[in-house]
Design a protein around this ligand. Structure first.
Ligand code: CP3
Length: 345
């Protein structure tokens, strides 16, 4: 049988076929997801049910025979547990009813991560690991400290993140404090996920793109590297593969060391060829098909996939993925086509 193992690829072992999984592989583009989702008014109520999370994580595995499963949860569970009042309303993205608006709001945050408030996530890991075939690895995840800080300050998604940018200019010291709190919380959160059975971790820096070059280093990369160091220093997580997704970062990743990060998950705007030349034999690479290409004709999809496969042929540690999360307007049949093309079926 031809090899296509995510964990082996993360160890830079050459695979016969690139392992494939998809960012946001469980979600609204799947009719079987919609069927379960309609039973819950609120997304947050749904992710608090471990057995439902396990079932949702299994859906794309059952349908597409993907090479990895990702925990079904969300990156906003940590700010929610810190008391910011997370709401997933109908028809719009997540909103915090009590965002961070003053320096007092930062001082008021619990200094210890309230694990009891996050127990539902750890239960979801246990429930998923129970139903997932043993040869399919489970990926745990969190948002980067920066992305969580930006969401906590802005209170919701935004085009220009004006409130956040004003806050980081006016209160640099307090923002550092907030990032430290979130870094520690992410560390303990990921460690607990590992304890419950996840075999790889992905950190989502989904709002890297709103920062200037200087702020990207100080507010995003430095706290993320600190989180990685905490994981590497802990006996339980010292060997766990760590995947980092930077969404359209203002700095070219090839200029960076990104110490102790096992794999870079490339945004679709990034140059896969240049990145693969820089990190050959050093890091695994994951990516990076623009998800919107899956709305095109089969021929166009095939062309884009062939380009990636040709570029990465012979790269030890290549994992096929999208260059950002799959969107609800994509046909599952196009996803099947992509997987067949990657596997040469
Ligand atoms: O298979 C999976 O990846 C499912 C697990 C998962 C979800 N969110 C479920 C979800 C993961 C890994 C995430 C990560 C996440 N959440 C990110 C980072 C990845 C990225 O896309 O950059 C971010 C920024 C969030 C925050 C978030 N959660 C937003 C902005 C939204 C609303 C818009 C959207 O993308 O749907 C959510 C809600 C959410 N999280 C849904 C799902 C399946 C849709 C909820 C619904 O059914 O109404």
């Amino acid at each position: 049988m031809k090899s296509r193992s995510l964990l082996s690829a993360l160890s830079l072992e050459p695979q016969d076929i690139p392992p494939i999984w998809l960012m946001r592989q469980a979600g609204r583009y799947l009719p079987e997801y919609q069927k379960i989702r309609q039973n819950f008014k609120n997304f947050l109520d749904m992710i608090k049910k471990p057995d439902i999370c396990a079932e949702l994580a299994m859906q794309p595995i059952n349908r597409f025979d993907l090479d990895a499963s990702i925990l079904f949860s969300d990156i906003l569970t940590i700010p929610s547990a810190l008391g910011l009042g997370l709401e997933f309303g109908e028809g719009h993205g997540p909103v915090f009813s009590k965002p961070i608006s003053s320096t007092e709001d930062i001082q008021r945050l619990p200094t210890e991560v309230p694990h009891e408030e996050l127990n539902y996530v750890y239960e979801a890991v246990l429930a998923t690991r129970k139903v997932l075939p043993s040869n399919i690895p489970l990926i745990g995840f969190c948002g980067s400290p920066w992305t969580l800080a930006a969401y906590s300050i802005e209170g919701k998604g935004s085009k220009d993140f004006h409130k956040t940018k004003k806050f980081i200019t006016n209160y640099p010291k307090e923002v550092t404090e907030l990032l430290n709190t979130l870094t520690q919380a992410c560390f303990e959160y990921l460690k607990e996920q590992v304890k419950c059975g996840v075999e790889a971790l992905q950190i989502f820096d989904s709002w890297a793109d709103i920062l200037s070059l200087q702020d990207f280093q100080n507010l995003s990369l430095n706290p993320t590297q600190k989180l990685v160091e905490l994981l590497r220093k802990d006996k339980l997580t010292s060997e766990i593969p760590i995947i980092l997704f930077e969404k359209a970062p203002p700095r070219d990743l090839t200029e960076l060391d990104l110490k102790n990060i096992t794999c870079l998950s490339l945004h679709w705007s990034q140059n896969l060829v240049m990145t693969s030349e820089r990190f050959y034999g050093i890091k695994a690479l994951q990516g990076n098909l623009d998800p919107s290409i899956l709305k095109n004709s089969d021929e166009e999809i095939e062309q884009a996939i062939q380009y990636i496969l040709n570029s990465m042929h012979g790269y030890p540690g290549f994992i096929f993925n999208l260059g950002h999360g799959i969107t609800p307007d994509i046909e599952p049949s196009k996803v099947q086509l992509m997987i067949d093309l990657v596997r040469g079926n």
